[in-house]
Design a protein around this ligand. Structure first.
Ligand code: ADP
Ligand code: MG
Length: 318
């Protein structure tokens, strides 16, 4: 649905590379510089006439909070995962808001950005709760891992010879709790930052009260759900590659300009998309289109404007 001004709405899900370019650039000033660069392309898209809701990942940032929490546990209370999610939504939202503000000012645009701390409802009977699979936090030695298991109830697994890690459930997002607020802000002309890190996972208890849970929602899935929930005209995933490839990183690699929903399903089946990186994006797009979405694009931040002009990126359509 277009807003009052008749503009089209896009949900733009920005990936980890919009905050951390590489291991040597992880500080807050580095993250702000990377955020500013990505946001400038989103402003380009706004200038071209789009209304935008920006979503983002938070994996490394949550890892940093957990590590700080762990190192100071002798003195301070530890931070539950839902609070890590809320903390990172606020901090990343602040970076995006400031970067957007400065870019709007530079271009003489009368526009404002606002961040919505976003809870995302998951089903407490989601099978993911029986099968925690998403690794979070630091690597540990076996003794530390087993101590956390016994004393804190963590589920810990040995990660292919690299050490032990905590794993948490990754349930399917069911409902964006702050959906109406996000849409109202978009209709009022704001650029909205929301659903950060896939949203803060919450469940409803017997009385219908929301309770935060120790889980992580896939940011591509939650972003797709937001796109459907606000009837966005476009779901754009900004990541580290300009296009999606078949036979990725193989001698017979082929970059795709376009695929249909049907082709996306087939390529997914054929195993072209790596688990934990491209696969969830393609699954998210398939879900978005199946639920009535119109069009999706995958590209990298620097090519957002060109991709919208049809010059690059991978388009997925019905
Ligand atoms: P993000 O932080 O944006 O979610 P991910 O690392 O999770 O980024 O996913 C993007 C990565 O997926 C790309 O950088 C690329 O290395 C990888 N990838 C896996 N399969 C493919 C494919 N078939 N085509 C393009 N990229 C792929
Ligand atoms: Mg990812």
């Amino acid at each position: 649905m277009s807003n009052e001004a008749g503009k089209k709405i896009a949900v733009v899900a920005v990936g980890g590379n919009s905050l951390i370019k590489d291991k040597a650039h992880q500080t807050i000033p580095d993250q702000f510089a990377a955020a500013s660069e990505s946001m400038s392309h989103i402003v380009g898209m706004i200038q071209a006439g789009w209304d935008v809701a920006v979503t983002h990942g938070n994996g490394p940032q949550v890892g940093f909070i957990l590590r700080r929490s762990e190192l100071s546990a002798h003195e301070l209370h530890t931070v539950p995962l839902d609070y890590c999610g809320a903390d990172t939504q606020g901090a990343i939202g602040y970076m995006f808001q400031r970067a957007l503000h400065n870019d709007f000012k530079r271009r003489g645009m009368d526009k404002q950005a606002a961040t919505v701390v976003t809870q995302v409802l998951v089903d407490r009977n989601d099978p993911a709760f029986e099968n925690p699979s998403k690794p979070i936090g630091s690597f540990m030695d076996e003794a530390t891992a087993l101590k956390h298991r016994d004393e804190d109830g963590w589920v810990v697994v040995e990660d292919s010879g690299r050490g032990w890690r905590r794993v948490v459930p990754s349930p399917i997002p069911k409902r964006i709790v702050e959906r109406d607020a996000i849409l109202a802000l978009i209709h009022a002309g704001f650029v909205v930052v929301g659903v950060g890190g896939g949203g803060i996972p919450v469940v409803e208890d017997e009385d219908g009260n929301l309770v935060g849970v120790e889980a992580v929602i896939d940011k591509d899935f939650a972003s797709a759900l937001l796109a459907n929930s606000i009837d966005a005209d476009l779901f754009l995933i900004s990541t580290a590659v300009e296009k999606v490839a078949l036979n990725y990183n193989k001698p017979n690699q082929r970059w795709l300009d376009k695929m249909t929903l049907e082709e996306a399903r087939r390529y997914l089946e054929e195993g072209h998309f790596a688990k934990g990186s491209m696969e969830p994006k393609i699954r998210a797009i398939i879900g978005y289109l199946e639920r009535g979405g119109k069009e999706a694009i995958i590209t990298n931040p620097e090519n957002i404007e060109r991709a919208l002009a049809g010059e690059t990126g991978t388009r997925v359509v019905l």
